[in-house]
Design a protein around this ligand. Structure first.
Ligand code: SF4
Length: 453
């Protein structure tokens, strides 16, 4: 019988790394680790519908290489490794060591390897297969008898179609039994939380984002009954009543959101999610608030209409205020994510964005560098000015030249905006209300280390 190891790789420096679909980054200032939804989902599907023996580990919670090998109890003949972009080289090195120690066949998953499957296979001979796009049903097809390796990209099989047609309704509830849930706590209150996946896919095609590449452009929803049952079961089993509703764009379908929220209201839970400014109105936000939603994040990116158009965001600046205000008026805390160094943006454009972000009255604004994640249009655009290869690490801590603003100036802008944003009245209120003194001090120390001040 096949023994299968499923894991998020460890890190040489025992860093905390998030690898969840489009989100591949170092754990944030707030030390938030995402519960590994993809691993939990894959585990439950293989356990339900195949006869393989599965052992699953999330080594991304701050486990080092040696410690990771100590934790593996089976001798796997297959290892499914979730590769991130942040520590691509280290993740691939872990694959090499796994293959060396167990002589197992290595199957890699994730957005980065999906975009450069052939290059990865040619460069790293110890990797046998690349599973492109969302992995669950593809991997199940491979392990179901008779085993079929034509579902993966391999040296022998280069022509593999996208697999976005799967109904996520067929997925069983994720199996969280392999994980130490104490590792996944809300930064503000320290309470445990879990992720639940109501929808997949995103109808938009933002130039920097890997979500449509990984989950496709068609919005797929899970039935309200299934999502509600999953949350209720998690509440009963683990005593958890905080959730991150993890979707590419949770509010893409307002009717679905309202239907779900009417049911969530009965569960007495607290939850957070993401939204797009042009998909949220006050009526929807109010229903969300009443069902336990206390915080929404918006990928605002920039307040510059020319740049919004260039990155194919699909809305204009005027939509930003409307969407954020809908959430604020409903009493939901708001976090805005901004991208600095997008193609075509000057220092003045970014300063104007910062000024507008202040006026918007967000509870917290987070600034990132434009990161050319492999497979995106942004990768191709920034390649003109930077030497990018499929084998580099791509992290939002790393700054790239956009053809206009020198890297050192971009770094100064990010540090300046990040620090100033922390001391805005709304943010001080938000932090003061939500965090303990110890957490605030810890966070300030992390920020100091990050900014090297
Ligand atoms: S709206 Fe844009 S940034 Fe958000 S998930 Fe969709 S493609 Fe990505």
């Amino acid at each position: 019988m096949n023994k299968v190891l499923i894991c998020n790789p460890p890190s040489k420096g025992a860093d905390k790394i998030i690898r969840e679909g489009r989100c591949t980054q170092r754990s944030s200032f707030w030390s938030l680790n995402y519960p590994p939804l993809t691993l939990a989902q894959l585990t439950s599907l293989l356990r339900r519908d195949s006869d393989v023996i599965v052992e699953t580990h999330d080594f991304g919670v701050g486990v080092g290489f040696e410690q990771a090998f100590d934790k593996i109890n089976i001798t796997p003949n297959y290892a499914i490794v979730n590769i991130g972009s942040t520590q691509f080289d280290s993740d691939i090195e872990f694959c090499r060591l796994l293959n060396k120690k167990y002589q197992c066949e290595i199957i890699v998953i994730g957005t980065h390897v999906s975009s450069f499957a052939q290059e990865v296979l040619n460069e790293f001979p110890f990797i046998k297969y690349v599973c492109i796009n969302e992995p669950e049903f593809t991997i199940l097809k491979f392990f179901k008898k008779p085993m079929d390796d034509s579902v993966f990209v391999s040296k022998e099989n280069t022509n593999v179609a996208n697999n976005f047609d799967n109904s996520i309704e067929e997925l069983p509830a994720p199996d969280w039994s392999s994980f130490e849930l104490a590792n996944y706590k809300l930064p503000s209150t320290g309470e445990k939380f879990l992720m639940v996946n109501p929808t997949r896919g995103c109808p938009w095609k933002c130039s920097f984002c890997t979500a449509p590449l990984f989950y496709g452009n068609r919005l797929r929803t899970r039935s309200v009954d299934k999502v509600v049952k999953e949350i209720k079961d998690l509440k009963d089993k683990y005593g958890i009543d905080n959730f991150l509703l993890w979707s590419d764009t949770f509010t893409a379908n307002k009717k679905y959101v309202k239907d779900l929220c009417y049911e969530l209201k009965k569960l007495n839970i607290r939850w957070v999610s993401n939204s797009r400014v042009d998909t949220l109105d006050y009526e929807t936000a109010k229903v969300m608030k009443e069902s336990g939603c206390w915080l929404l994040t918006f990928g605002i990116e920039t307040h510059n209409d020319k740049t919004l158009s260039r990155i194919q965001k699909g809305y204009k600046e005027v939509d930003i205020t409307r969407g954020v205000n809908a959430a604020k008026d409903a009493g939901i805390l708001t976090v805005g994510h901004y991208i600095l160094g997008l193609p075509g943006e000057s220092c003045e454009d970014m300063r104007r964005t910062y000024q507008k972000s202040k006026e918007l009255g967000l509870d917290y604004s987070q600034f990132y560098y434009a990161t050319p994640f492999p497979g995106t249009k942004l990768y191709r655009e920034l390649s003109q000015y930077n030497n990018l290869t499929p084998f580099d690490n791509y992290s939002q801590d790393h700054c790239y030249y956009n053809g206009i603003v020198p890297v050192r100036d971009l770094k100064k802008l990010k540090d300046e905006f990040s620090i100033k944003s922390l001391f805005r009245v709304e943010t001080v209120n938000f932090v003061g209300r939500s965090f303990t003194i110890r957490q605030i001090l810890k966070t300030l120390l992390q920020i100091r280390t990050h900014l090297r001040i």
